[in-house]
Design a binder for this molecule. Structure first.
Ligand code: T1G
Length: 697
């Protein structure tokens, strides 16, 4: 059956009320058959004069959640949504829209083109198009300003935030707020419209109040916050046109929308949207997760207290274990501070904070974990300490308890082998700050049971995180790749660039922060310890990348926490550390390097090619299930610019042939570091892309 032949819109006449129901699970997206269904229904009711009011509502868990994103980039199928909505707006028989769940993007635009809007409690509305590289493309930039004013239109369409029903009512985007099942509310709303309790009117006939100040402020904000993005600026342009005739405004909106549709940013952001959903598609998805209500966290340091905070915020009870009372108190104090921060940011109420803290227990003995469903070990990154803890956990934890390690690099199989129940051992790798960062790398050992993996993913969903499945290797997906490409940043500095130039070039590319600033933020001592841990196994052929960083650390400069690292941090001011420039000169002389200049483009090309190379090997080795899993790891855990879709989505914009050419060129300088991954060579020969691999090709 062709898409366009699907019946997803039905009409029911009840007295003078025509109930038009959209039913296109899972989120009633405006697929072609939905658009045609609405168009036909409105036309038929008007032609037959079979009712005095039309009420549009939806079945299922939500009203229309937007245009069908899967149709973007494909040949357009009529009717285009803007045309359908202009027609609907002209309907002689008034159209009332009843909204529930999440009325987003094109879904909200359907309601805006209707003649009255009734929300059902729990409703959230929004214009999230900028989050996928677009702007409202079916009248949102023209009708929101008419109903609610330019500032509201700017706020909603530039933030993409979801607005709760009460606030929407206050904004003038809803005419009434009801409670009940959609069909029942639809019937009542129809009657209220017939009785004149709900006023119906055409939005296009309302004038927009000019507000140049708000537009100017928005232009400045967007230039500052989204320097790389196209659609926010175009969105402001369209909203600015809403003070003129709607037909002109709609033309400007359409042009801006079609231009943005063609941008690589749109492709990158939509890849990210679907990628974050695709990573849940794991071999173990049919397994039944175990119930997790009580969690034990071992270690009250930055990671342990962050993990405990995240668990408490999702309604779990937590037992925090530390070796000594004072360390335990510090851990509990950090958790309390984290929750307090949530209250300050309006993420939770003071009552909720108190309820969460009431779910927290402290202990200095592992025996306190005898009855928990899950233990997450977050102690010092040393194998011996972890092995000792897992041996003890094996003795005290109940049967069926899941034993997890938050290790960032170490071998989960080696840790699991310490226990009599390796099938219950898994890696749950959180990212700092653990109560904020979205990513959770779920590291599956060779003996980890499918239901334990499924439990890891269920936990990620409960913690409102994005779980990504990773195999066991040093550093799993993210840190293994980071370990490789971060060397490029060091080689660039040894060969002639400055740390600041490297950071600036990568920030212009879209990273929130360059690698040297990230090092200073995370603490340079962490990398130093990793280099020391790996010194014994480092290949003699490898060009050592850590010389400058080691010297900085030997001075006791670990970055922000010591007031200096690559940069000096002084009362809110930050500037390059002049001592580092001296160290770099000395290390270049020591290595016999004649420094040369690099363009910003060269810096980005080398850095990204190194990242892509190791990412390709991670897919080749099966550590990541698909290329998109690597993309989601970097988008949600490593600050990779979202509009570029992730390292391997970005790689497809370069092409395997060009990547192989680059690596072979760079290999003339360092054949040990620059090696062409076999998977990339094959892709260059076959013309395959990483996205083909995502699709199973
Ligand atoms: N199109 C196609 N598929 C969609 C979709 C959409 N708009 N929204 C969700 N899905 C799929 C999703 O991939 C998943 O599939 C399933 O539905 C459940 O989603 C002209 C141009 C609505 C808040 O940006 O924010 O309108 O993985 O897992 O957590 O101006 O989905 O099961 O195969 O996310 O309950 C604007 C996007 C479009 C909203 C529900 N709308 N969606 O969240 O479920 S652009 C959006 C969401 C537009 C107009 C423009 C969320 C949700 P699968 P889910 P959820």
């Amino acid at each position: 059956m062709q898409d366009q032949d699907i019946i997803s819109v039905t009409t029911e006449i009840v007295g003078d009320i025509a109930l038009v129901c959209v039913d296109n699970p899972p989120v009633n997206a405006l697929s072609v058959h939905v658009r045609r269904g609405i168009q036909d229904a409105v036309a038929e009711i008007n032609a037959a004069q079979s009712a005095k009011v039309i009420v549009l509502y939806a079945a299922g868990r939500t009203f229309i959640a937007g245009a069908d994103i899967t149709e973007f980039g494909k040949p357009p199928m009529p009717p285009a949504l803007p045309d359908l909505l202009n027609e609907m707006e002209q309907s002689k028989i008034p159209v009332v829209c009843v909204l529930h769940g999440t009325a987003l993007g094109g879904g909200l635009e359907v309601a805006l083109a209707s003649h009255a809007r009734v929300g059902i409690k729990g409703l959230r509305i929004g214009l999230p198009e900028v989050l996928i590289g677009l702007l409202p493309g079916a009248g949102g930039t023209q009708r929101v300003p008419r109903l609610a004013g330019i500032p509201v239109a700017l706020d909603m369409s530039l933030s993409g935030r979801q607005v709760a029903a009460k606030e929407a009512l206050g904004m003038g985007l809803l005419d009434a707020l009801e409670d009940g099942e959609p069909r029942d509310v639809a019937l009542r709303a129809g009657q209220d419209a017939l009785d004149g309790k709900i006023k119906t009117r055409r939005t296009d006939l309302i004038d927009t109040t000019p507000d140049d100040a708000a537009l100017e402020e928005a232009r400045k904000m967007v230039a500052r916050k989204f320097p790389n993005l196209v659609s926010p600026q175009r969105c402001i342009e369209a909203i600015a046109a809403s003070t003129g005739p709607i037909s002109e405004g709609l033309k400007i909106e359409r042009k801006a929308f079609m231009d943005c549709l063609d941008t690589p940013q749109r492709a990158g952001l939509i890849h990210a949207f679907f990628g974050e959903r695709a990573v849940a598609n794991i071999p173990e998805k049919k397994a039944t997760p175990r119930d997790i209500n009580a969690v034990g966290v071992i270690g009250g340091g930055t990671m342990g207290s962050g993990i405990a905070t995240s668990a408490l915020m999702s309604g779990l009870s937590v037992t925090l274990v530390e070796v000594k009372e004072d360390a335990l108190e510090r851990g509990i104090a950090t958790i309390t501070k984290n929750l307090e921060g949530g209250v300050k940011r309006g993420k939770l109420s003071a009552d909720q904070r108190d309820q969460m803290l009431a779910q927290l227990t402290g202990a200095t003995d592992l025996a306190a974990l005898s009855d928990v469903d899950l233990v997450i070990e977050a102690v010092f990154e040393q194998m011996e300490i972890k092995k000792e803890i897992f041996t003890k956990l094996d003795a005290v934890c109940k049967k069926g308890a899941i034993l997890a390690s938050n290790t960032s690099y170490l071998d989960i199989n080696e840790i699991a082998a310490q226990t009599s129940r390796p099938e219950d051992v898994i890696g749950l790798h959180f990212f700092s700050p653990a109560h904020i960062m979205k990513l959770l790398e779920i590291v599956v050992g060779e003996k980890t049971a499918p239901e334990v993996v499924a439990s890891g993913f269920a936990l990620a969903k409960r913690l409102k995180k994005i779980g990504v499945r990773a195999g066991v290797c040093d550093g799993f997906i993210g840190n293994r790749i980071l370990g490789h490409y971060s060397k490029t940043a060091s080689y660039l500095v040894l060969d002639g660039a400055t740390p600041q130039q490297v950071d600036d070039a990568l920030e212009a590319f879209g990273f929130a922060m360059g690698p040297h600033k990230v090092g200073d933020l995370a603490g340079l001592d962490i990398g130093w310890m990793t280099r020391k841990r790996k010194a014994a196994t480092r290949s003699a052929e490898e060009r050592y990348a850590g010389a400058v960083a080691d010297r900085i650390c030997e001075n006791g400069w670990y970055g922000r926490k010591t007031g200096r690292g690559y940069y000096v941090y002084d009362e809110g001011d930050m500037h390059p550390n002049p001592e580092v420039a001296k160290i770099i000169d000395e290390e270049r002389a020591e290595a016999g390097v004649t420094p040369r200049s690099f363009t910003d483009e060269e810096i980005v090309d080398r850095y990204m090619t190194a990242m892509i190379s190791e990412a390709a090997r991670v897919v080749e080795d099966g550590i990541a299930l698909r290329p998109v899993d690597v993309d989601v790891v970097f988008l949600s855990g490593y600050g990779f610019p979202r509009f570029r879709g992730g390292p391997l989505h970005y790689a497809d914009t370069i092409g395997a042939k060009e990547l192989v050419r680059r690596i072979e060129t760079y290999a003339k300088e360092d054949a040990h570091y620059w090696q062409v991954p076999e998977i990339l060579r094959k892709m260059a020969e076959t013309g395959k892309s990483f996205d083909d691999i995502n699709k199973g090709g």
